[in-house]
Ligand binder design. Structure first.
Ligand SMILES: [Zn+2]
Length: 69
């Protein structure tokens, strides 16, 4: 009774939704872990904040369908 490994509740891999592995928790594999890391590094995850540029405002005005001249 000395060889019991601590168990964490299994979660689904954020990348592929398979069961996570203990070694790469909460991911199922090293590959998925790296995919997630690369996504962070490439800026695909955007932290919410006041970062609206003037260009975005201009585009929004252009797309309003109820504006007539
Ligand atoms: Zn995965």
């Amino acid at each position: 009774m000395a060889d019991i490994e601590p168990l964490r509740p299994k979660v689904k891999c954020p990348e592929c939704k398979r069961e996570s592995a203990r070694q790469t928790y909460p991911f199922c594999s090293v590959r998925c872990k790296e995919v997630d890391l690369n996504r962070w590094l490439s800026g695909e995850y955007v932290i919410p904040g006041p970062q609206i540029s003037d260009e975005d405002d201009y585009e929004n005005v252009e797309y309003r369908p109820d504006v007539k001249d």
